[in-house]
Design a protein around this ligand. Structure first.
Ligand SMILES: [Zn+2]
Length: 251
């Protein structure tokens, strides 16, 4: 059952076919949203998923193309009579700003379900969720603000999924993605806090992953398929550009 549903794939400027990058890990008992730009409530519905089933929200870093929709998601859940608790995982930097954001929106007037914040330490392969179905780890990566990437290990199948999040090439990404079956790496373009498709492929080679998917790539008429070609020059396994609503089966 565990699967990843990609809810958005664009870098910071989305287009009609590519929302800003975010995804959801779906299990039998837990449903874990990973970032929330735009309207995650609508995006989950469009993917055929019930937002009320969300149990956890993981926020990788406090940039608007990753967090802007978390407040509206919380409000929509609160005002649709949600009673079930929810966990929010973020590093200290992001947690402080999320709380400030919710306070600025006077969230005490519209959320009526228990919310537990889990402050994620900046340590490598830190376990944030350990359920019957999967284990979710975070590791700090190299971006403009404190940010973590994610590794998911499924218990039945042993399948491993990793997501670089926004990052320049760095050793922690390699250990995070080590031997992953599916590795999603950003390809926004090389800079101090982002990577090119070629650099994503270099990380995939170093981490010995089986398959590489590119995400957080430029859209709006940009020929992002050419990024796949650039990655293929370095990484010999399967490479493709993740598309919105792609499902990655981890069972
Ligand atoms: Zn960012």
């Amino acid at each position: 059952m565990p699967k990843i549903v990609v809810l958005g794939t664009a870098t910071n400027v989305p287009d009609l076919d590519h929302e800003n990058s975010h995804m959801v890990l779906v299990g039998e008992e837990r449903m874990v949203l990973i970032d929330g730009p735009g309207s995650p409530f609508l995006r989950l519905q469009k993917a055929g998923l019930d937002p009320e089933k969300l149990t956890d929200i993981v926020v990788t870093h406090f940039h608007p193309d990753h967090v802007s929709g978390i407040s509206t998601l919380m409000m929509s859940m609160g005002l649709s009579q949600r009673k079930a608790p929810i966990n929010i995982y973020a590093n200290a930097h992001c947690t402080a700003f999320l709380k400030q954001m919710f306070d600025n929106y006077e969230w005490n007037t519209w959320h009526f379900f228990p919310v537990t914040f889990h402050t994620v330490p900046e340590e490598e392969l830190h376990t944030i969720i350990d359920s019957d179905e999967f284990k979710v780890y975070t590791s700090p990566v190299k971006h403009f603000v404190p940010t973590f990437g994610i590794r998911v290990e499924t218990k039945d199948s042993g399948k491993v999924f990793a997501y670089s999040c926004d990052t320049a090439p760095t050793a922690s990404v390699v250990s995070l993605a080590q031997n992953a079956d599916v590795f999603i790496h950003e390809a926004a373009g090389a800079s101090e806090g982002h990577s090119s498709a070629k650099q994503a492929a270099e990380m995939a080679v170093e981490a010995n992953v089986k398959e590489l998917l590119l995400i957080h790539y430029p859209v709006n008429g940009f020929d992002y398929q050419k990024l796949v070609g650039e990655a293929k020059e370095v990484f010999s396994g399967p490479v493709s550009a993740a598309e919105d609503f792609l499902e990655i089966n981890l069972s």
